[in-house]
Design a protein around this ligand. Structure first.
Ligand code: NAD
Ligand code: IPM
Ligand code: MN
Length: 352
């Protein structure tokens, strides 16, 4: 299921689909695509950001590729019918609790990072973000009127042991397959919910003797990510901290336009989307970087469709295009050739 969404969503998804079609042709994958609506596009058509029929249709596909949702046009709507609710609904209803956000620096982009090349060279971090719980979904929530006549906004930061345990296992297993290091990020010096988070991680650690577990407070983690990011292998954290830390990690790789993601449920079903948003400031200009979406499509082939060879080929094609010096505006540096969204997509297709 292809859900382009809003803003730059349709522009970048068009390129990712073209790349998937090229992969299909080369490797005979037998892919077929269904197009659907989410976010503002669905609000405009149906009055809600994700219809139940659309949700059901997405769940029946083998995987979902999503662009991004949101934009100023819908920013004044009530919370329950904002574009972002569509995204939260599909994540929650399909049980997509395990959000994998790999922050990998392509060596060709070392100069595009906002950090010094030597600080980021060889960077390869996996952020494992819990995606269907925490303060994003905790009840009660809302805005209420106090007796003194002023309004009060409130949310609830809550995690049950089972929710922590399943995301922790995802992260431990990922660390086993990678560098064997797992850093759990919390705020256990202040928040009870993350005291429990830490306890659960510690309880599970003996089951993964080949993984070295450490804990870090989120404020320090934010600082360490920009000070010495290569100290990290796998990071695991809750919904909101993961949202924030992954945007910070994105910049280490040159641009948020480079960061793909996979969101998986217990049976391995997945939704794939770039980590960035709908970028209303550049939407319609044809200059957005499609690589995060193209790399998300590669993750989709690898994790949901068991087409690892085609996924490898897409990643190699991206690397080749970067070797050729092609850059969208967000990753452009001196001496490189500035290309549009469509030119970047076409170059990846041609690099197969
Ligand atoms: P954003 O990620 O859309 O944009 C932040 C900055 O990064 C902007 O300057 C934008 O131009 C740039 N950028 C983002 N993606 C880019 C790309 N592929 N190529 C080049 N530059 C890129 O975040 P925002 O501005 O805070 O949010 C805009 C809207 O997107 C809001 O409505 C927000 O709710 C929504 N949003 C959606 C998602 C999602 O669908 N997963 C994620 C984040 C934000
Ligand atoms: C992301 C986005 C979403 C989130 C928003 C749009 C709901 O920022 O996918 O990172 O906060 O999860
Ligand atoms: Mn985000």
């Amino acid at each position: 299921m292809i859900l382009p969404g809003d803003g730059i969503g349709p522009e970048i998804v068009e390129q990712a689909v073209a790349v998937l079609e090229a992969a299909d042709k080369k490797f005979n994958l037998g892919l077929s695509f269904e197009q659907g609506l989410i976010g503002g596009a669905s609000i405009d058509a149906h009055g809600e950001p994700l219809t139940d029929a659309q949700l059901a249709a997405a769940g029946e596909c083998d995987a979902v590729l999503l662009g991004a949702v949101g934009g100023p046009k819908w920013d004044t709507l009530e919370r329950d019918i904002r574009p972002e609710r569509g995204l939260l609904k599909i994540r929650s209803k399909l049980g997509l609790y395990a959000n994998l956000r790999p922050a990998i620096l392509y060596p060709q982009l070392a100069d595009a990072s906002s950090l010094k090349p030597e600080v980021v060279a060889g960077l390869d971090i996996l952020i494992v973000r819990e995606l269907t719980g925490g303060i994003y979904f905790g009840e009660p929530r809302g805005i209420r009127m106090l007796e003194n006549g002023e309004k009060q906004g409130f949310n609830t930061y809550v995690y049950s042991e089972s929710e922590i345990e399943r995301i922790a296992r995802t992260a431990f297993e990922a660390a086993q397959k990678r560098g064997g290091k797992l850093c759990s990020v919390d705020k256990a010096n202040v928040l009870e919910v993350t005291v429990l988070w830490r306890e659960v991680l510690d309880r599970l650690a003996p089951e993964y003797p080949d993984v070295e577990l450490s804990h870090m407070y989120v404020d320090n983690a934010a600082m360490q990510l920009v000070r010495a990011p290569k100290q990290f292998d796998v990071m695991v954290t809750g919904n909101m901290f993961g949202d924030i830390l992954s945007d910070a990690a994105a910049m280490l790789t040159g641009s948020i336009g480079m960061l793909p993601s996979a969101s998986l449920n217990e049976s391995g079903f997945g939704l794939y989307e770039p980590c960035h948003g709908s970028a209303p400031d550049i939407a319609g200009q044809g200059i957005a970087n499609p690589l995060a979406t193209i790399l998300s499509a590669a993750m989709m082939l690898r994790y949901s469709l068991d087409m690892g060879e085609a996924a490898d080929a897409i990643e190699q094609a991206v690397s080749k295009v970067l070797d050729e010096g092609l850059r969208t505006a967000d990753i452009h540096t001196e001496g490189c050739k500035k290309v549009s969204t469509a030119e970047m997509g076409a170059a990846v297709v041609a690099a197969f």
